[in-house]
Design a protein around this ligand. Sequence first.
Ligand code: PLP
Length: 394
Amino acid sequence: MDKLIYLDHAATTATRPEVVEAMLPYFSEYYGNPSSVYKFSNKGKESIMNARKCIADSLNTEVTNIYFTAGGSEADNWALKATAEAYSSKGKHIITSKIEHHAILHTCEWLEKQGYEISYIDVDENGIIKLDELEKAIRPDTILISIMFANNEIGTIQPIEKIGEIAKAHDVLFHTDAVQAYGQLPIDVEKMHIDMLSASGHKLGGPKGIGFLYIRKGVKIRSFVHGGAQERARRAGTENVPGIVGLGKAVSIAFETMEARAKHEQNLREYTMDRVLAEIPYTRVNGDRTNRLPNNINFSFQFIEGESLLIMLDMAGICGSSGSACTSGSLDPSHVLLAIGLPHEIAHGSLRLTLGEENTKEDMDYVIEQLKQIVERLRSMSPLYEDFIKKSNR
Ligand SMILES: *Cc1c(COP(=O)(O)O)cnc(C)c1O
């Protein structure tokens, strides 16, 4: 096979071989419906319980607070829509940030059409939530604060415990989209005062189409899918047993290997950022240099288009992401990069590389060499760059 350096772990990860192996018996061997009475279905029931226990322990909570969903987007939709409905007699105001994932932002837009009012809090130039602005936005009719744990584009980690304290002091529910953080960072929902938390299997070495929503005991939240009594009658549908088993296995491995993995990825991250900043002129790193996911790298290269860069990287066997919405057919630059104050033309020249444990220093040396050549080539074709050089030589 041609060279392939996968640097898009924030988009998805390979399912770990141990995870696939753990899942396999639940397709054709232990296929009983966990809701059935006979003993044949017990294996499925037990394995769901084990996965739930493993996840609950990882967050410092009880098994009864974990609800399986079909992934991160569903968990986000559920948290927002169902709390909005359940607490509408208290108020119809929700607070979120300008840098959330579209699973949150588009749900908020939908809620606005249903008569809810949403406040979108600003972030600073590094992508950290402005806590004073957050606190000022809270009103008597505020029912929910939803702020992501770590950003999927620039990797910025939010001051979650402080946000939790603010929410608690004002008696407002706090939800966090932890899809990028879960499995990469330690999370304690008690210490951090988190009432609801979304996570997804395929971002941490598990299968796609499975995730969970943690809901603190006592939070009034309506059923998201109506039907059978699965998931304490809050999310109906025959359990995705292989998916749940796979998620449980992936979570257990992710937490066992977290420290070593973070160290390895962080070393590669720093190495790559330092070299690129030193060796490619007119380049910046987006996001906070320290409060940052260990595996996230995000650059802006002036005078070039992120899309062209991605295509040329792809030809060199490197999978990255533009960190902009261009890939989804829109020419608008990323809402996250605009929120940290980048002008459109700089936001357009952005590249996100997200590392995984299998990436090596040799991989990154190759990527850096390719980047240097490609950026130079693209700039040599850019009229903007030509103008800039002419002006600076004058
Ligand atoms: C990937 C992602 C999601 C969506 O998760 P899916 O399981 O793909 O639905 C939500 N939020 C963030 C921050 C993500 O990175």
